[in-house]
Design a protein around this ligand. Sequence first.
Ligand SMILES: C[S@@+](CC[C@H](N)C(=O)[O-])C[C@H]1O[C@@H](n2cnc3c(N)ncnc32)[C@H](O)[C@@H]1O
Length: 280
Amino acid sequence: MLSYRHSFHAGNFADVLKHIVLIQILEHLSKKDKPICCIDTHAGPGEYQLNSEFALKNKEFENGIGQLWQLDNPPDSVASYINVLKHFNPDGILNRYPGSPLIIKHFLRNRDRVFLHELHSTEIDLLNTVIGNDRQIKIAHSDGLKNAISLLPPLQHRGMVLIDPSYEIKSDYQLVVDTLIQMHKRFTTGTYALWYPVVNRSRNLKMEKAIKASNLKNVQLFELGITVDSLEHGMTASGMIVINPPWTLATQMQETLPWLAQKLGIDGSEQYRIETLISE
Ligand SMILES: C[S@@+](CC[C@H](N)C(=O)[O-])C[C@H]1O[C@@H](n2cnc3c(N)ncnc32)[C@H](O)[C@@H]1O
């Protein structure tokens, strides 16, 4: 049974990196005047209210978007992210935090298509309400990992897949790699963005080893930590593994990640990784 609710974590340091990378990919794909297909395997409720009792329980957004919202001269990728948030908070008070579905919807052009998946019965109702009736967006109350494979390759032959699981079950670390490999076989030129948490580093190292041993090509890893690895402090870092990233992404992250690590690191800790897991 699913118990995870992302509303408790909205806008935290993990969302900051995840949504910055997502926006960079969407901006890049939207540059060409050709339609794209976006698949979100784990959509969540679509948006979050930072003044809700969920978000206020642990106030995770305070060491996330809360630290960055008002800062001058952020790196370009952070400025793009904050501009998207400003669109949803036109009065300048940050309360409405868009989840991946709303961010994707924000970038949609006329001929683009989106497939959103969510399994949780409460979250799917919220997602349907937030997204509303939109001829370009199909919402499925189904297993995103299974369903996304059957959607590939997309008719548009261009696009991205966002994989953002909650990793409630340990085997998810292997399942996402197996699924990525299957997806990639069907749609080799697609961009894939896989989010991961660092709670127990050995699980991440195993996941990275499995990716390196695969036939995937052009795989980069971007990770932001707020403190050193520890088995006692829950999630200490999180990252995005991107297959076929925009060619500009690594350069942007060289500027972005040290800046984020300095702003969000706890007690002066500045933790980040930028690595090519598999070259082109
Ligand atoms: C980390 S949250 C997603 C957050 C969202 N991507 C965002 O950026 O706002 C993960 C979501 O995946 C849902 N979920 C878990 N397993 C799933 C599956 N196999 N297929 C679809 N949704 C799933 C959970 O109910 C949860 O809402």
